[in-house]
Each structure stands twice: as structure tokens, then as C-alpha cells.
Ligand binder design. Structure first.
Ligand SMILES: [Zn+2]
Length: 266
């Protein structure tokens, strides 16, 4: 059990390490592609795998042992091995969170060591890593790459692996599309990012209808203070981080949440 759990933790570190690359490259690639479409010369457009990992400052390609999740950052004291410029602590933090997500998935899903449970743990852990990557991109650019949105819905559906998962995803996404349309008609401008609809769908598939509403409720409560601050500064509030947080909390604390609801409603 401890061996398998450690394996999942390390797997989480590695997937999150890859997601660090996505967080930095996907928005840059998307912006350059858009500019190229408008006829602006942007030079060579990077891809996810090219060029290989390099220092953001001195552009020296990294050796494999500079790329080991968390350890390399600690070993190098948070500095580039070549030019000694600072490397953001965001890298190891995201990697550690990835390991943690995978562990949470492992301990919630895996009881009797059958392949389906191990598969579900892997899928849900990966989903949370993708949601974290999208949250950070959303915080920086108030947008999310389509590829990651689609991936998150596919992972959520794989996780539910049932017709109910599909219908719950469609119902939740449908309800919130309708709400967004109504609010948009009242405010005479589009009120919700279309990206959010995908996250709603993923929530429906993973949690089922009832718990998905609780997750959205948690997201709404947590986002309220930020919403008021953002409204005063006329800053468009990214909603993916809050929805992802609501999904993660509800998934992790499902039993406790159901207990509380039972106590309230008998
Ligand atoms: Zn460097």
C-alpha cells in the first residue's frame, strides 16, 4: 500500500512537472499563433516539446538532472545552474501539489487494489493537475487553452465511466449556459466565460448532480470577497480557480459534507 501510494505521489510530481511546461508555453504559443494569423511576424513558434527545457533567463538547455521534480529546485537552491538567476518557487510548489492530488485520489479511490480503482485514481489525480494548470493560466490571462478544457471534460467522463456521468455533465453545463444567457440578456453583455461551461460539465461528471451544486456553491462563497475587490478595480475575475477549488474540496471531503447535510436536514 505504501509502495503504491509513493508511486502515485511520484507520478503526480512528474505529471505536474510536465504541466509546468504547459502553463508557460500554451498561452505564449496561442498568442503567437493569433498574431501570425493577423499577419504579424512572430518568428519561430515554439511547440510544447520544442525547444527542450531551458533556463528562462540565459536560455541554456537544461540537463536531465536539472529537471527532476522538486529535488532539482532544492538542490540548485532555486537558482539556474548556469547563470544563477532565480527560478520561481512556483515550479516546485505546483509539482508538490500534483503529488498531493495524486495521493488524495489514491486514498479515496483505491480500497481493494483492482485495476479500475487504480485507473480512476490516476484519472482524477491528472484531472486536478490539469485544473491547477488552467487555474494559473486563467489567473494570468483570464483565458484557458481549449486543449486543456477538452482534456478536463474527457478525463471527467472517463472517471465517471457511465451514462449517468454524461447526462449529469450535460445537465449542469446546460443549466449554467441558460443562466449565463439570461444574465447576459439582462446586462446586455455576455456574462460568463465559455471556458467555465466546460468546468461545470467536468464537475457534473465527477461529482454527480447534487454534489456538483454543492461544489459550485462552495466556489461561489469563496469567490465572493475576490468578486467585490475585482468589481471595484474593474478587473475581470477568473472563475476557473474557484470552480476547481470547489470541485477539489467537495471531492476530497464528500463524506464530511454529506454528514453535515444529513445533520441539517435529518
Ligand atoms: Zn540561466
Amino acid at each position: 500500500m505504501i509502495f503504491l501510494a509513493s508511486l502515485y505521489f511520484v507520478l503526480g510530481l512528474c505529471i505536474a512537472s510536465f504541466s509546468n511546461v504547459l502553463i508557460y508555453r500554451m498561452p505564449v504559443i496561442a498568442i503567437k499563433k493569433q498574431k501570425a494569423k493577423e499577419g504579424i511576424d512572430v518568428g519561430e513558434i515554439e511547440s510544447i516539446s520544442f525547444p527542450s527545457s531551458h533556463c528562462q533567463n540565459c536560455l541554456t538547455p537544461l540537463k536531465w538532472y536539472h529537471n527532476i521534480p522538486v529535488f532539482s529546485w532544492l538542490f540548485l537552491g532555486g537558482k539556474c545552474a548556469f547563470c544563477k538567476s532565480k527560478i520561481s518557487i512556483q515550479y516546485p510548489i505546483i509539482e508538490l501539489l500534483g503529488g498531493l492530488f495524486m495521493l488524495v485520489g489514491f486514498f479515496i479511490e483505491v480500497g481493494s487494489f483492482n485495476y479500475l480503482e487504480l485507473f480512476k485514481a490516476l484519472i482524477i489525480g491528472t484531472l486536478f493537475i490539469i485544473l491547477l494548470a488552467m487555474s494559473i493560466i486563467d489567473l494570468r490571462y483570464t483565458a484557458a487553452p481549449d486543449e486543456l478544457l477538452y482534456t478536463s471534460v474527457v478525463l471527467a467522463l472517463l472517471y465517471s465511466f457511465s451514462l449517468k456521468g454524461i447526462t449529469d455533465a450535460l445537465i449542469i453545463a446546460g443549466i449554467f449556459t441558460l443562466l449565463a444567457l439570461i444574465v447576459s440578456l439582462i446586462k446586455r453583455r455576455f456574462a460568463m466565460g465559455s471556458a467555465d461551461i466546460f468546468i461545470f460539465a467536468a464537475m457534473g461528471a465527477v461529482l454527480g448532480l447534487n454534489l456538483a451544486f454543492i461544489a459550485i456553491f462552495i466556489a461561489a462563497i469563496v469567490s465572493l470577497p475576490a468578486f467585490f475587490i475585482a468589481a471595484q478595480k474593474d478587473y475581470e475575475l477568473p472563475f476557473i480557480p474557484f470552480l476547481s477549488f470547489g470541485l477539489f474540496v467537495t471531492y476530497s471531503l464528500e463524506m464530511q459534507i454529506l454528514d453535515i447535510l444529513n445533520q441539517i436536514y435529518g
